[in-house]
Design a protein around this ligand. Structure first.
Ligand SMILES: [Zn+2]
Length: 214
């Protein structure tokens, strides 16, 4: 009897101990996954959604998986005080119009001279180009403005660095693939000499690597 009683008592303890260990494990794994999530998301910059810039609905897309990052400038003058959302709506309207008949705005992300980042077309769809390279597999980032003529603002440059780090991590695109339009096409000076020099001297790449290694 005593033996049985002890046995059932210790059995209860065992169950309680197991329950405690399991709860601790569940809590620990929840904490870890939350911490991990926070870590993988902490590179995400603020991005103005398509809805917020009033994008038109895209036509059916050609899908792809982005495996490289390619940077452009838009090529027409835009100042930090100008209405970037209006400019982006016009780029989309022109691209989807009779001139080009594209399915959407040509780029996956756009960055205004004041540093605000805008969502472009779906990242898993092939972008568009007026030149001879095939944009399939390229994640296209466009800095608004004519960066052959106008200087790159610190805000635009810093947002570009932050966005490159974010997309590189989010879509598992190696930073070694980072390049510009003119690196893929002989038909253009895009992204303009005032931005290109930060690619030539390695400034953008090393700033992105710093963010990724934080
Ligand atoms: Zn370009």
């Amino acid at each position: 009897m005593f033996y049985l009683k002890t046995n059932s008592f210790s059995g209860l303890h065992k169950k309680l101990a197991t329950a405690c260990i399991l709860s601790v494990l569940v809590l620990a794994s929840l904490y870890c996954s939350t911490a991990q999530k926070a870590k993988s998301n902490n590179l995400q910059p603020a991005i103005v959604s398509r809805q917020d810039w009033n994008a038109a609905t895209a036509k059916p897309y050609k899908e792809h998986i982005p495996i490289r990052i390619t940077v452009h400038h838009e090529g027409t003058k835009l100042l930090a005080t100008d209405d970037a959302a209006k400019k982006i709506r016009n780029i989309q309207k022109w691209g989807m119009g009779p001139d080009r008949k594209w399915t959407d705005i040509p780029y996956h992300f756009l960055i205004a001279p004041n540093g605000i980042i805008y969502e472009g077309r779906d990242v898993y769809t092939v972008g568009e180009t007026n030149t001879e390279y095939d944009p399939a597999g390229h994640l296209l980032i466009c800095c608004l403005g004519n960066l052959e003529e106008q200087p790159v603002s610190n805000e635009q440059l810093n947002s570009l660095i932050a966005l490159i780090a974010y997309v590189s991590k989010k879509y598992s695109i190696p930073i070694e693939t980072l390049a510009t339009h003119k690196d893929h096409s002989a038909q253009t000076t895009c992204p303009g000499k005032n931005l290109y020099r930060y690619f030539q001297d390695g400034y953008i790449r090393s700033a992105v690597e710093k963010l990724l290694n934080k």
